[in-house]
Design a binder for this molecule. Structure first.
Ligand code: ATP
Ligand code: MG
Length: 279
């Protein structure tokens, strides 16, 4: 199935420059194989580990426009599919982002899908099975998916509770790719490249990240993400001391609980070069 060029409405969603993505395993091959048959894909993994960057990279690689929708509690089926809006000439139908992707052949990325209510999530069901169609009930139209359309969702299994989880019938429609923070050498490479710092400094910050991840479950819901380590590196590059950078980019945002922060601070300080330790 050859990809066709994006039409007018989608040109703003085309990705022209290669988004930097450092592969960690076989995720590029798996996604490409899934896309070749337009199988829906679920990216599973903790916050800030590269899911969004990966899908941007894949859209660039596959030469498909990318339409991203951040799911949230109040997201309705109409927010995805579209609605009639009042205009001077009467009510006019406006395609939602999902419908636009379906009609014109984009990759639609539904970020944090589990945040949406289940009655919203079910609109993707007919799109993610052999029907590949999106019923627009209010408009009385059944939109057959463009041959290039594909749906990708992200899902952070760490946050799930019994009330907030995907329905079995939703989960089982997707091919899943697991993401996690990469091993130290690769993560340091990513931090160095993204923040424009030395691999040495990046390595020190990755060590901070590993120490915080060891406290997962002991007061911390999640350890510091790759994203946080990049933020710390950016502050250090901007002139902040390493200790101040770690405090502002990691310690303060990650928890509001003083004792957890103190424990994390101590664990981190033990691993910092002597000159950077808080006195
Ligand atoms: N493998 C990677 N290659 C390149 N950059 C990466 C990689 N992993 C993480 N990053 C960097 O980490 C940052 C955070 O990653 P990203 O935004 O993709 O996380 P995410 O998994 O989508 O998180 P969330 O679940 O919070 O949305 C990216 O902006 C990028 O700078
Ligand atoms: Mg993301």
């Amino acid at each position: 199935m050859a990809a066709t060029p994006a039409s007018g409405r989608l040109s703003a969603h085309e990705i022209h420059d290669e988004p930097f993505y450092r592969p960690v395993g076989d995720e590029i091959d798996i996604f490409a194989a899934a896309y070749a048959s337009r199988l829906p894909v679920m990216l599973k993994g903790p916050t800030g580990c590269g899911k969004t960057r990966f899908v941007e990279h894949m859209a660039w690689r596959l030469k498909r426009p990318l339409i991203t929708v951040a799911a949230h509690e109040d997201l309705t089926a109409a927010d995805l599919a579209g609605r009639f809006l009042l205009a001077p000439e009467g009510t006019v139908w406006h395609d939602g982002p999902l419908t636009m992707a379906v009609r014109e052949g984009a990759i639609c990325y539904l970020d944090e899908i589990v945040e949406a209510r289940q009655d919203t999530t079910v609109v993707i069901h007919p799109l993610t099975d052999a029907r590949r169609a999106l019923p627009l009930e209010k408009k009385g139209e059944l939109v057959q998916a463009h041959p290039d359309f594909q749906l990708t969702i992200s899902y952070n299994p760490g946050y799930q509770s019994a009330v907030k989880d995907l329905k079995e019938s939703t989960k089982q429609r997707f091919v899943a790719i697991e993401f996690d923070y990469p091993e130290a050498g690769i993560e340091a490479e990513i931090v160095a490249r993204e923040a424009g710092v030395s691999v040495d400094l990046a390595g020190t910050l990755v060590d901070v990240g590993l120490r915080s991840r060891n406290l997962r479950g002991h007061g911390l819901a999640e350890g510091a993400s790759t994203r946080m380590l990049i933020h710390a590196a950016v502050l250090a590059r901007g002139g902040a001391s390493l200790e101040a950078a770690v405090r502002s980019a990691i310690l303060l945002p990650i928890t509001d609980e003083r004792d957890v922060r103190d424990a994390l601070g101590a664990a981190i300080a033990a691993g910092l070069p002597a000159a950077a330790r808080p006195r």
